[in-house]
Design a protein around this ligand. Structure first.
Ligand SMILES: O=P(O)(O)OC[C@H]1O[C@H](OP(=O)(O)OP(=O)(O)O)[C@H](O)[C@@H]1O
Ligand SMILES: Nc1ncnc2[nH]cnc12
Length: 259
C-alpha cells in the first residue's frame, strides 16, 4: 500500500450551530489547495433552467439543471485513515467526487457524491474502507441520515451484520417517532427515528455523506443517546473542516475519508 503522513485533528466541543452550505470559504480552500484544477472550478456555471424546490424545514433552493454528469472539478485533497496514513484507495474516491460551484446557491461549492456512485471501483472502495474499520467493533446499529446517509449506510450495515436504521426528515416515517430538532442558519430542522427501532444498550455507527457544521450528526447522536444507545463513532465520506463540525461533536469520534 502506498502511504503518506497526514495530520489528524482532534475533537473539541462548541455549542452553537449555524447551518450553512460551505460556500465562499470552501471555494477559496479548493483554489488554494488545488492550483492544478481545471479553471472551470473557479468559474460560475451558466444555469440553463431552474426550478424551485421546497426542502424540509422551509429551505428553498434554486436548483440548476445540469447537462453532464462527468467530473469537471475534483475534491482537492485526500484525508487520512485512523493511523495517520493515507490508503491509496482514498485518492480514487476523492477524485470521483465532483464539486459543483454555486449550487444550490451562489458561493457554495457543492460536494456531489453522485459521480462517486457512477464509479463502481471508487464506490466499492468507499464501502470497503468503512467496513474494514467497523467490522470488529461490535456494532449492531448503522444509523444513516437522510438522504445521502441512506446510500452509504445499508451496504455497510449488511457487510458488518448490523441493522440499518433510517434517520428521516420530519413527517416521513409512518410509525411512532422520536424527534430531535437542530438549528439552521435561519430557523430549525428536525430528524426522526421510529420508536422501537433500537434498544437500550445497543452500539451504533452514525453515517452520512458529509459533515459541514455538524448539526445533523449531533442531532442523530442525541436521538440515539436519548434512548440509551451508545454511539461508537460517526463516519462520513467528506468533511468540510473549516466549518468546524468536528468540534461540535464534542468527544464523539468522527472518521472521514476525504476532506
Ligand atoms: O453538518 P451539517 O451542517 O449539518 O450539514 C451536513 C448535512 O447537509 C447535507 O444534507 P442536507 O441537509 O442538504 O439534506 P439532503 O441530504 O436531504 O440533501 C449532508 O448530506 C448532511 O446530511
Ligand atoms: N458544500 C456542501 N456540499 C454538499 N453537501 C453539503 N451539505 C452542507 N454543505 C454541503
Amino acid at each position: 500500500m502506498n502511504t503518506q503522513k497526514i495530520f489528524i485533528s482532534d475533537v473539541v466541543t462548541v455549542k452553537s450551530h449555524t447551518f450553512l452550505y460551505s460556500g465562499n470559504f470552501v471555494n477559496s480552500l479548493n483554489l488554494l489547495l488545488a492550483p492544478s484544477l481545471p479553471s472551470t472550478c473557479a468559474k460560475k456555471r451558466s444555469i440553463s433552467a431552474s426550478t424551485t424546490r421546497a426542502a424540509a424545514g422551509g429551505r428553498h433552493f434554486q436548483t440548476p439543471t445540469r447537462i453532464d454528469l462527468k467530473p469537471s472539478c475534483f475534491s482537492p485533497m485526500a484525508a487520512p485513515t485512523s493511523d495517520g496514513l493515507v490508503d491509496d484507495r482514498i485518492a480514487g474516491i476523492s477524485s470521483a467526487i465532483r464539486v459543483i460551484p454555486d449550487f444550490p446557491k451562489p458561493g457554495i461549492m457543492f460536494q456531489d457524491i453522485t459521480t462517486l456512485l457512477l464509479d463502481p471501483v471508487a464506490f466499492k472502495n468507499t464501502i470497503d474502507l468503512f467496513v474494514e474499520r467497523y467490522k470488529d467493533k461490535d456494532i449492531s446499529v448503522v444509523a444513516g441520515v437522510e438522504a445521502r446517509g441512506f446510500i452509504f449506510g445499508p451496504p455497510i450495515a449488511l457487510a458488518i451484520g448490523a441493522k440499518f436504521v433510517p434517520m428521516r426528515k420530519p413527517n416521513k416515517l409512518p410509525g411512532a417517532v422520536i424527534s430531535e430538532e437542530y438549528s439552521l442558519e435561519y430557523g430549525t430542522d428536525k430528524i426522526e427515528m421510529h420508536v422501537g427501532a433500537v434498544q437500550e444498550g445497543e452500539r451504533a455507527l452514525v453515517i452520512d455523506d458529509l459533515i459541514a457544521t455538524g448539526g445533523t450528526l449531533c442531532a442523530a447522536i442525541n436521538l440515539l443517546e436519548r434512548v440509551g444507545v451508545k454511539v461508537v463513532e460517526c463516519a462520513c465520506v467528506i468533511e468540510l473542516p473549516d466549518l468546524k463540525g468536528r468540534e461540535r461533536l464534542g468527544d464523539k469520534p468522527l472518521f472521514v475519508l476525504v476532506s
